[in-house]
Ligand binder design. Structure first.
Ligand code: GLY
Length: 377
């Protein structure tokens, strides 16, 4: 079976690897692999903290994906000899003031209502785990099974593993889906055309930009900007991923073994704007310093802004579209890295075996009504 995947972000890369492992002949089309949201993402594996009430199916998907990570990474690292920076030593969510603590208590009740135990910590217990936390921190929740991974290591490892299984990377922009007799039969790129049995559209926020899509096939994607800062430390500063609520404002810090600390993120609906702004960085530093006053001593390394691909209901859209031959792997919004292993399994299952695995069924494209689709361009 010949499959063309439009987009070599984390979802396209992982699906290429998984589909090739099932015997498919896969081509990835992307002028600059892993350069979009994947390159900016911090890589938190914290399924609880990214969902809200009413998003239980998404939480279940996130938990399933988090639990697949160790085996997924073990296979990938064994195949490529590359380290992906996976950490499974738990994450901390802390509250700065009493209102923040009230929110955290609501989160704990929500977790418990779903049968997920949370370890409740006092401020002192939080500081025992993370001594650099401010004395003001009121309390927290410890999630022992959560962790993080470094997307900038994961993506090249996935590409190397995919290429070792025969996946081809075409460094060109896909301009159109080729449609014949009401079915997708391939992709047009800047350099020519390629035919395929199946086409997977996994181009993140840009998924609506490809020509040839009939109306009602791809739900409208909404780019949601996130500004992220990278700092560096030579001395131990933060042991584990720490999320905080500071006077109602969310912040997270993700430390890596090499001393990098990723601080994120703004959430801005500004269309395709990836400018880094003084105000965005100020908000991140302001909240990070409230939680960890010593943070201003760390070396500044990088700032960047990425576009999270948001679907109409903020959940991923995975599986066969209304156009025969065209599959969608889009809309991973705030959860792309977390959802990588499960999405790759769901999409490779749908593409190669022709069935969407059980865990992916709430996320198939047919859940949307007509007004949530883009008009053909
Ligand atoms: N999942 C983190 C973010 O989207 O900022």
């Amino acid at each position: 079976m010949e499959i063309v995947i439009i987009g070599a972000g984390i979802i396209g890369l992982a699906t290429a690897w998984r589909a090739a492992a099932r015997g498919a002949d896969v081509t990835l089309v992307d002028p600059d692999p892993a350069s979009g949201a994947t390159a900016v993402a911090a890589g938190m594996l914290t399924p609880i903290s990214e969902v809200t009430y009413g998003e239980e199916p998404l939480l279940r998907l996130g938990l399933a994906s988090r639990d697949r990570y160790p085996a997924f990474v073990a296979e990938l690292e064994a195949q490529t000899g590359r380290d992906t920076g996976l950490r499974t030593d738990g994450t901390l969510e802390v509250a700065f003031d009493s209102d923040d603590l009230g929110y955290l208590d609501d989160l704990r009740r929500f977790q418990e209502s779903l049968g997920i135990a949370a370890e409740v910590l006092t401020g002192r217990e939080c500081r025992k785990l993370e001594p650099m936390l401010a004395p003001a921190v009121r309390g927290g929740l410890f999630a022992p099974q959560d962790g993080s991974i470094d997307p900038r290591r994961l993506a090249p490892a996935l590409l190397a593993a995919a290429e070792a299984l025969g996946v081809r990377l075409v460094r060109e922009r896909a301009t159109a889906i080729l449609v014949e007799h009401d079915a997708a039969v391939g992709v047009r790129t800047e350099g020519g055309e390629m035919r395929a049995d199946k086409v997977l559209l996994a181009a993140g926020s840009w998924s609506g930009d490809v020509e040839g899509l009939p109306p009602g096939v791809v739900p409208a994607m909404r780019p949601v900007k996130g500004q992220v800062m990278r700092l560096r430390t030579k001395i131990p500063f933060l042991q584990r991923t720490t999320r905080g609520l500071v006077k109602g404002s969310p912040i997270y810090l993700v430390p890596r073994a090499d001393g990098e600390i990723v601080v994120g993120a703004t959430q801005e609906e500004m269309g395709f704007d990836t400018r880094v702004t003084a105000g965005g960085l100020w908000e991140l530093l302001r909240d990070a310093r409230e939680l960890l006053p010593g943070i201003t001593e760390l070396e500044f390394a990088e700032v960047s802004a990425g576009l999270r691909p948001g679907s109409p209901d903020n959940a991923p859209v995975m599986g066969p579209s209304a156009l025969p031959g065209l599959y969608l792997g889009i809309g991973h919004f705030r959860n792309g890295i977390l959802l990588t292993p499960v999405s790759a399994d769901v999409l490779a299952g749908a593409l190669v075996d022709g069935t969407v695995p059980e865990v992916g069924r709430p996320f198939t494209p047919d859940r949307f009504g007509a007004n949530e689709f883009e008009v053909t361009k």
